[in-house]
Design a protein around this ligand. Sequence first.
Ligand SMILES: NC(=O)c1ccc[n+]([C@@H]2O[C@H](COP(=O)([O-])OP(=O)(O)OC[C@H]3O[C@@H](n4cnc5c(N)ncnc54)[C@H](OP(=O)(O)O)[C@@H]3O)[C@@H](O)[C@H]2O)c1
Length: 258
Amino acid sequence: MTKQWQVSDQREGAAVDLEGQVAVITGGSRGLGLEVARAFAARGARLVLAARGHEALDAAARELAAATEVEALAVDVAEDAERVVEAAIRRFGRVDVLVNNASELGPSPMPPLAEYPWRDLERVLRVNVLAPLHLTQLVLPGMRARRSGVVINVSSDAGVEAYAGWGGYGASKAALEHLSRTLGAELEGTGVRVYVVDPGDMDTEMHRLAEPGVDLSHLPGPEESAPAFVWLVERETAPFGRVQAQALLESRARGAQG
Ligand SMILES: NC(=O)c1ccc[n+]([C@@H]2O[C@H](COP(=O)([O-])OP(=O)(O)OC[C@H]3O[C@@H](n4cnc5c(N)ncnc54)[C@H](OP(=O)(O)O)[C@@H]3O)[C@@H](O)[C@H]2O)c1
């Protein structure tokens, strides 16, 4: 079982050039999702972006349309997963890469579990666990039929380590990681690859919500983690892996120098 936990030397899948590939990126309107969209667009991928707020989404779509074909959907992924995949199929005929990046932090400031409003936790689990699984279920038939596809689920160190106050969000990421591991086991040999990415601490709106009033300007921006997503699609061939974006990029840079 442990062989599935890290990106390994196992070579079963087929890494693919992003040129012409169709990528669905949830939460593609700002933060990490927008940076992954920019990085994928630079490699020639066609994009389907989903986020709730029109303004940021439209701005992202306008910018990216200068580089590639973009379909933008103002949806809540917890409510409208079908619309996202239907729009992708209608416009592009298929989904090759699914990046489950959109995420819900829960109440801010973050309450300890003993006082966590369970309705809020229900919402966190719907957005962070159930929506990614639902979207995966919707894209898998096409990926399996083509014997090719990549699902990347964005997690956090809070899904592995126990930090006081981060229990609701952390439990959702732990559940997402376990779903991913199980999917990796179930999809072995199908040509569909599943990866979990911990992007590391970044200076984004979500992080500022998690630590209100704390200056996070010393943290890296999400553009520093986004190249790891390109690398996983284009270069990795292991059927499953969990990676820390910065560690992956540093080890690749060292490998390139060595
Ligand atoms: N920032 C960090 O330090 C950090 C660390 C570890 C892991 N992560 C993970 O990295 C990922 C990206 O986070 P970020 O920091 O880039 O967050 P962000 O800047 O707040 O961006 C979140 C994106 O998701 C969208 N979104 C949120 N809820 C949604 C929903 N229900 N339906 C559709 N779209 C939704 C947002 O747009 P709307 O609000 O308009 O919908 C936005 O586009 C998340 O999975 C997060 O857990 C972040």
